[in-house]
Design a protein around this ligand. Structure first.
Ligand code: SAM
Length: 229
């Protein structure tokens, strides 16, 4: 008889939450979303070893945004616009995505890609520290999306949670942090990042104003919906 509950082996540095064969199968179902510009963005991620969310999460983000009729999104950590591509498709021609990134090269590349995709008019891209840019905005957002340096995750949640409209979503990528959140022993990429993600996740699941769940695809996507009424 097979033992189906094997304990976590110690001293692993990381793991993938979902079996790669399953992810490949899921990815194979998404051929209809292929476009030359999306494939160029994905090729650049390989060339630059840049951590975009990838196709499975991208489709998930678009679907979440469409499901709540989102028209305004604030992205903490936009890179060169890959995740924004999916949100921008969802919000429609009157919608707005506020993008933020510390690296001016990313803004430059995002402008190129999203102009070709016909989505740049929906984008308001700021170069700088995302948390500072956010505190200079005042309106509530339909979605706040967190993909900054992982040590800042609790801070971003605390900033964002009161600025999400009722029925709106807080979404955070990498909340399983390559499995480290579930390991007794691990080697972190940056000391303290796993602890920060653990704190972040616990804060959200303990918040009575939100219903939260984690989709384990890729590196774990947390979705927290602000309750209505
Ligand atoms: C994981 S990448 C974002 C990927 C993007 N969301 C996507 O899927 O296409 C994180 C990006 O956030 C930027 N970044 C990290 N912390 C930041 C912060 N506090 N403020 C602004 N940008 C930040 C990094 O420069 C990097 O480009």
């Amino acid at each position: 008889m097979t033992n189906r509950t094997s304990p976590t082996p110690p001293n692993r540095t990381s793991t993938v939450p979902v079996d790669p064969a399953i992810e490949n199968y899921l990815r194979g179902l998404l051929g209809r979303t292929d476009t030359p510009i999306l494939q160029d963005m994905e090729s650049l991620a390989v060339q630059r070893s840049f951590p975009i969310v990838g196709r499975l999460v991208g489709v998930f983000l678009e679907s979440l945004a469409r499901s709540i009729g989102a028209e305004s999104v604030f992205e903490f950590g936009s890179g060169y616009g890959y995740s924004a591509y999916w949100f921008a498709r969802a919000v429609g021609s009157e919608g707005r995505i506020v993008c933020t990134d510390g690296d001016p090269l990313n803004r430059f590349q995002a402008e190129h890609f999203l102009k070709v995709a016909g989505l740049w008019e929906r984008i308001d891209f700021h170069t700088g520290f995302a948390q500072d840019i956010f505190t200079r905005t005042h309106e509530p957002f339909d979605i706040c999306y967190n993909d900054v340096d992982k040590g800042d995750y609790p801070e971003v949640w605390r900033l964002a949670k009161d600025r999400i409209r009722s029925g709106g979503l807080y979404i955070a990528d990498n909340v399983l942090w390559h499995g480290r959140v579930a390991m007794d022993e691990y080697t972190d990429v940056v000391p303290g990042w796993t602890e920060a993600i653990l704190e972040h996740n616990a804060l959200i699941f303990g918040d009575p104003d939100f219903d939260a769940y984690i989709n384990p695809i890729r590196d774990g996507v947390l979705v927290a919906r602000k309750k209505t009424g």
